[in-house]
Design a protein around this ligand. Structure first.
Ligand code: SAH
Length: 266
C-alpha cells in the first residue's frame, strides 16, 4: 500500500525542503516522490544533504513540467492546503484522511497522490480543483502554515498509521467494510487522466450549446468539477457521460438522428 502513495511537490523553491521531504517520506516507508516544476535548483547537494540517507528517494524522484503527468494514473488525489479557499471543497483532517486511505486503495490497482504547494503561495485554485479532497493539518489559528517538509512528515505519518491499521486488522476486518463505498465495486474508479478528458469534453459541449460563456465563466466549471469529483465516478459512469456529451454534440451539429447510432457505451 505505502509503495502506491505518491508525494507530489509543486514549484518547490528550496532544494533543502525537497531533501527534508524525502527524509520524512523514508521514515514512514513512502517511496514515490514527484517534483513538478521546482523553482530552485531542484535536487542539488543541499537537497541530498538534507535527505540525510534518503537519497534513494531523490534518485528515483520523477520530474515533470506540469501537474498533469504526475497525476495521470491516480484514482484519488488529495491536496494539502494550509488555508480555506473561496469555493468550499470536500475537506478532511489528517486522521480522517488516514481512516479513508485503506479503503481508497483496496480493490483498486490505484495510486494515491498527496499534493503539496509552494512555500510562498501554496497551491493555486486550479491545482486545488484537480483534487478529490483537501486535507488541512489543524494548527494554531494565528499561524496555519507549516514548513513544507513538516507538512509532508505529518501526512506521511498518517499514511503509515493507516497501513499499520490494515496490518493489524486484516484478519478480523468486516468483509468489504474498507471499500470506498462500503461494498466491493463493479468497475474500477476513473483515474485522473480520464477524468480530465471528461471535463474538457464537458466544457467544450457546454460552450457549444451556449450554456457556458468562457468570457464570463463565473465558477461554473469549478462547481461542476466539485460535483463530479465528489461522486468518484467509475469508468463505466464516465463513459456513459461522455456518450451523452457526444450525442448532445451531434444534435447541436444538426446530425443527431438516428439516435441508435451513437457510440455511448451502455
Ligand atoms: N503560504 C502558503 C503555505 C505554503 S506551505 C499558503 O498560504 O498557502 C507549503 C505547503 O505545505 C502548502 O502548499 C501545503 O501543501 C503544505 N502545508 C503547510 N501547512 C499546511 C497545513 N496546515 N495543512 C495542510 N498542508 C499544509
Amino acid at each position: 500500500m505505502l509503495e502506491r502513495i505518491r508525494i507530489v511537490l509543486i514549484g518547490t523553491s528550496h532544494p533543502g525542503n525537497i531533501g527534508a521531504a524525502a527524509r520524512a517520506m523514508k521514515t514512514m516507508g513512502l517511496e514515490q516522490l514527484a517534483l513538478v516544476a521546482p523553482r530552485g535548483e531542484g535536487i542539488n547537494p543541499e537537497a541530498i544533504a538534507r535527505a540525510s540517507g534518503a537519497d534513494d528517494i531523490l534518485e528515483r524522484a520523477t520530474l515533470h513540467d506540469t501537474l498533469e503527468p504526475a497525476l495521470t494514473d491516480c484514482q484519488w488525489v488529495v491536496g494539502a492546503s494550509a488555508r480555506s479557499r473561496h469555493l468550499p471543497w470536500p475537506l478532511c483532517s489528517p486522521r480522517e484522511f488516514s481512516a479513508r486511505l485503506p479503503g481508497e486503495m483496496q480493490g483498486q490497482d490505484s495510486t494515491v497522490a498527496l499534493v503539496f504547494g509552494r512555500e510562498d503561495k501554496g497551491l493555486t485554485n486550479e491545482e486545488l480543483q484537480r483534487c478529490h479532497t483537501h486535507v488541512h493539518i489543524p494548527t494554531s489559528a494565528d499561524y496555519s502554515s507549516l514548513n513544507l517538509a513538516a507538512a509532508v512528515q505529518v501526512l506521511a505519518y498518517e499514511c503509515r498509521q493507516a497501513w499499520l491499521t490494515t496490518q493489524a486488522s486484516t484478519a478480523d476486518a468486516l468483509p468489504g467494510s474498507a471499500y470506498p463505498f462500503g461494498v466491493e465495486w463493479d468497475n474500477p474508479l476513473a483515474n485522473h487522466a480520464d477524468t480530465e478528458r471528461f471535463f474538457e469534453h464537458l466544457e467544450r459541449t457546454l460552450i457549444d450549446i451556449g450554456f457556458h460563456d468562457p468570457a464570463n465563466p463565473r465558477q461554473l466549471m469549478a462547481r461542476l468539477r466539485r460535483l463530479y469529483m465528489r461522486s468518484r465516478m467509475d469508468v463505466m459512469e464516465l463513459n456513459m457521460l461522455r456518450g451523452i456529451l457526444t450525442r448532445v454534440e451531434r444534435l447541436q451539429d444538426g446530425n443527431g438522428k438516428p439516435a441508435d447510432q451513437d457510440d455511448a457505451s451502455r
